[in-house]
Design a protein. Sequence first.
Lengths: 184, 170
Amino acid sequence: MAKEVDRDGGLKSVPGPRSRFDELYRAHAVRIGRLCRWLLSDPGEAEDVAQEVFLKLHRALEEGTEAQAWEPWLTTVALNACRDRRRSAWWRRVWQPAVELDESKLPGLHRDAEEELLGGEERTRIWVAYRALSPRQREVFALRHLEGWSTEEVAQMLGMSSGSVKRHLHRAIGHLRRTLGGRA
Amino acid sequence: MRECPDEGTLERLFVGEGRAAEQRHVESCRECAMRLRRIERDVERIREALFADPPRELVRRASPARPLRPLLGVVALGAAAACAAALLWVRPRALEPTESPSELASFVQTASQALLLAVEEEPDTTVNSREEQLAALGAAITGGRPCTLDDQLDAEPCDPQDVTTLAQGW
């Protein structure tokens, strides 16, 4: 699990909102930016939404909100912000799924093992396949396998049952593995 | 359980789903254990690829300056066609006369009488004749008979119209 700080941020001396914000920003900015990039197709949009998340954190700290753990709080805010962005009308009008998974235009599946080793083509193939997942599958896969949260934590953050999380995860992994040629 | 499970079942086991019997089989079957490890390796490859930056060609394709969705165009075109069809259907119906032929004939006759009356009037009685004309037209519309000077002597019922109101209405 790629986490830079412990869950309570190591803030034992109760610093002011400003220093607390700085600390949380330093600890989570990269992670939240990456999460937004996994959930939204456009890197520019992802950057905007990540900034939005930290603006909300700033407001929450100013208002004296006390979260038990800021890491899941930030993750949930980021998930909702990305979902809102996807749902907004202009987004729907202007956007379309970034890439359609067109197998015929991708490099062949059966190549030498050396070539396969995470070369540029494979990376492209994986990103294309990942973006072809449904938004829910993307969320579940990103939280469980990229961020490293447990199935129960993912279920809690997404407001789903553990069974649903596992089903989405199963479909996502099946789809992604097919693009690697690892599944018949 | 003698038969080894398929890839889908193994993936289900990998994410924590699946039956206890399948789980026991995978734990005891060397081949299935290897297949499960291959799934783990694949997920690790996927993870590594997604931690790297997205390929440049995908970022370019994700530019917001792209054209509108083709589907949206089709929907808009369909909506416009539906509106045009609705207009073509509604308009002829709105122009159709709602009265029966006898009612229409009666209306025309009353209206003609009112107009003839107006033509026969003297110039100094223009105001009265206009009022009578309006009253006659109003009566024709409502289906009654307008009041005339003769009605003061007649016992036949007539339809007194509020001329001012009618004129305002027109």
